[in-house]
Design a protein around this ligand. Structure first.
Ligand code: THU
Length: 132
């Protein structure tokens, strides 16, 4: 049975609690639903060499891929900001490549949510079709 958006948001919120963000103190949680139905969670993991930091969205997708998943149906991103936080540019590219034009569910800890399609976040994306 497919998880509800509420369940995916709850999974992302739980992941957010494990964020390793001592430099920015900006904790992010993400959860992706694979085509198999399994949900993979991720949090941001920062580095003292700041540029090596990995965002929550990519951690969640890499976890799914490394467990044998190929594609994902939905992604949720949870932050503790009044204004809902959008995936960064790098994550938009990766979400597009591994998920395609999926709904991106944004949420904060106060229960505010909004769903945006990936094609609205990254119109006219570069992807593998250009490499053929
Ligand atoms: N961050 C994410 O995890 N996802 C995003 O889409 C935006 C930014 C993290 C990276 C860094 O650890 C912190 O938020 C501040 O940029």
């Amino acid at each position: 049975m497919d998880a509800t958006n509420t369940e995916i948001i709850a999974a992302a919120s739980e992941a957010r609690e494990r964020a390793y963000a001592p430099y920015s103190d900006f904790k992010v949680g993400a959860a992706v639903e694979a085509e198999s139905g399994t949900i993979y969670i991720g949090c941001n993991v920062e580095s003292a060499s700041y540029g090596l930091t990995v965002c929550a969205e990519r951690v969640a997708i890499w976890k799914g891929i490394s467990c044998g998943e190929k594609r994902f149906n939905r992604i949720a991103v949870v932050v503790d900001t009044e204004e809902l936080t959008l995936p960064c540019g790098v994550c938009r590219q990766i979400i597009w490549e591994f998920c395609g034009d999926v709904p991106v569910i944004l949420a904060n800890l106060s229960g505010k949510t909004e769903t945006i399609q990936m094609s609205d976040l990254l119109p006219r994306a570069f992807d593998s079709k250009f490499l053929k």
